[in-house]
Design a protein around this ligand. Structure first.
Ligand code: PA5
Length: 444
């Protein structure tokens, strides 16, 4: 079961500081259930693990089972909340060297950026592969995935013909509206629903995450079950013994002391996309009204040799949240060497995981001594159940934190600004005036 420990932050807190936030947490917590605060239309994620549409889940599993038999790879097209959840969980189960889960279709991501070189590489890679497409966009109008879908659909139709392509394209989008829904209905693609009341970055436990994960071989029932365990804990425990309450209280206490940057730290590069998912979840949810904790991430011990100096001795506006997995999947023993020229025999027959663990313990103490409070989230192992708990824990604490900071954690109005400028510059109809203004500014 997920555990949260903030011993290495205790000396940064005054007596009773976390407890003093309990009254505000209680209000925030109520609002997540009764919809009495901002963003009340986007609370569908709170009950998702237990309330998930069973018929849709069954369909997801059936389609995924067919694809596992029929294709070499699934291209997941989406950006932001429409791909990061799947990528986070998929990467955690993948082999570090290949980025893929053994004996399963490859999961390849597209539509999350606009590099033409990436796209050409992908087109060349897919040329002799049996592939399917899962295009994911709640709005159905986001430029990056829409462009990527047009290009990849064209390749697939050329490779297998339009009729066969139909059975290999899956659209995950709004139940009724949007360009993608319209297109999918016209073409007769299988569609999955992004529920109206779940915002993009909270959709990992909907078809957005579950379908690609089921194709990759992840046990989605167990993922939902783990999330359900954390949902139950959060529904029943309304004090600081709830790890989500404690995490929300700690990060907000530290923020109010001027610690404006939170670094999520892992010690296993398979968790790097979990950090990317977390960065989006917290960054987009909290960064509003010129306020908010800036979410950053490092992967150790790699980054101790790049960012470690800054964390130890740079600006003191940081705190860390360390994610540690108690049990590795395998044992890797360091061999004995009778000659011991490298002087490493003190490590002979030790499991590398034990060395990594001591690196984590030593680093956390050093950073606390250097003025960087840190807390520790532990999972027993990388399993669907434990990852499900972790996803829900972060979502719940994010909802609480947003309300503690008096922002709507479920919107992202600031994202529109770049879109308007990009539309104007690439010549989207309706943006002619804005194009003139921007081009004049750029040519100055
Ligand atoms: O959290 C969010 O709502 C966003 O990050 C969206 O997920 C992202 O912008 C993609 O949007 P869409 O699914 O509409 O293409």
């Amino acid at each position: 079961m997920l555990k949260f420990n903030c011993k290495n932050a205790a000396s940064f807190l005054s007596d009773g500081e976390l407890e003093a936030l309990q009254a505000q947490l209680k209000i925030a917590d109520c609002a997540l259930h009764d919809g009495t605060n901002l963003g009340a239309d986007f609370l569908g994620w709170v009950d998702l693990p237990t309330e998930y549409d069973k018929a849709e889940l069954q369909k997801i599993k059936e389609c995924a089972a067919r694809l596992r038999r029929e294709v070499d790879c699934l291209v997941v097209i989406g950006i932001g909340g429409s791909y990061l959840g799947a990528r986070a969980v998929h990467s955690a189960f993948a082999q570090s060297l290949t980025g893929q889960i053994k004996n399963s279709p490859e999961i390849i991501y597209s539509g999350f950026q606009l590099s033409g070189d990436y796209m050409n590489e992908l087109l060349a890679y897919l040329k002799d592969k049996r592939f399917a497409i899962n295009v994911i966009s709640k709005s159905g109008t986001t430029t990056e995935p829409a462009v990527s879908f047009r290009i990849l659909r064209s390749l697939l139709e050329k490779q297998v013909g339009s009729d066969k392509a139909k059975s290999l394209i899956f659209a995950t989008t709004d139940a009724h509206k949007g360009a993608l829904k319209k297109f999918a209905t016209e073409k007769g693609y299988q569609t999955f629903v992004v529920p109206d009341n779940v915002g993009g970055r909270f959709t990992v436990l909907t078809a957005v995450g579950l379908f690609p994960l089921a194709v990759s071989g992840v046990n989605v029932d167990e993922l939902l079950a783990g999330a359900g365990q954390m949902q139950k804990l959060c529904a029943e425990t309304k004090d600081l013994s709830n790890p989500a309450w404690k995490y929300a209280a700690l990060r907000n206490s530290l923020y109010r002391q001027g610690k404006a940057i939170e670094i999520l730290v892992n010690y296993d590069l398979r968790l790097n996309y979990l950090s990317e998912w977390w960065k989006q979840l917290y960054g987009e949810s909290e960064g509003k009204f010129k306020r908010g904790i800036f979410p950053a991430a490092v992967s150790n011990t790699t980054d101790l040799h790049s960012m470690g100096q800054f964390i130890q001795e740079g600006s003191r506006n940081l705190f860390e949240t360390v994610l540690w997995i108690n049990n590795s999947n395998s044992v890797c023993l360091i061999p004995d060497d009778p000659q011991n020229i490298d002087g490493l025999n003190f490590l002979s027959n030790k499991n590398l995981q034990e060395v990594n663990h001591n690196a984590m313990l030593g680093t956390s103490l050093a950073h606390a001594d250097g003025g960087v409070p840190n807390s520790l989230i532990t999972l027993d192992k990388i399993s669907e159940n434990e990852l499900g708990q972790l996803l829900y824990f972060f979502e719940y604490a994010c909802g609480l934190s947003g309300y503690l900071n008096a922002v709507n954690p479920f919107n992202q109005p600031g994202v529109e600004h770049y879109k308007q400028n990009m539309y104007a510059l690439i010549g989207k109809p309706g943006f002619e005036k804005q194009k003139e203004i921007l081009e004049a500014r750029l040519n100055k």
